[in-house]
Design a protein. Structure first.
Length: 124
């Protein structure tokens, strides 16, 4: 009897002590960059004029933080949060239509639409 192992199991390698140290240094550098404060305008593209709230935690040693941002207001927030805001998208779906003109269960993602946006004043 032959067992097939997954590709990931075959290629998984453990980090050496030097590799772990380098990974930790890179993580600390990224964490430092993500904590830099940036000022900008929040835009709610999905529901203009409304507030948008979310909970954010990037690193395991940080506490969860709740953000509630109003469309058109200026905020000073960490760069990591600003990047997160700009990554919030929703899937756009297209439906197949059967011969009777009804939408079928078969859907596929046709693209993404950005829900919210943070426009940094440093880059404007």
């Amino acid at each position: 009897m032959t067992f097939v192992t997954s590709y990931h199991m075959q290629t998984k390698k453990s980090l050496t002590a030097e590799g772990k140290k380098k990974a930790k240094e890179l993580l600390e550098k990224q964490k430092e960059e993500d904590s830099k404060m940036v000022t900008g305008v929040f835009k709610n593209l999905e529901v203009p004029g409304d507030t948008f709230s979310f909970v954010y935690k990037m690193y395991k040693d940080e506490p969860y933080q709740r953000y509630e941002l109003k469309d058109g207001e200026t905020y000073t927030i960490p760069l990591g949060v600003a990047r997160h805001i700009n990554s919030i998208k929703k899937k756009e779906r297209d439906y197949k239509v059967d011969s009777r003109g009804d939408k079928t269960l078969e859907t596929f993602v046709s693209g993404f639409t950005q829900r919210v946006q943070f426009l940094s004043k440093e880059f404007m």
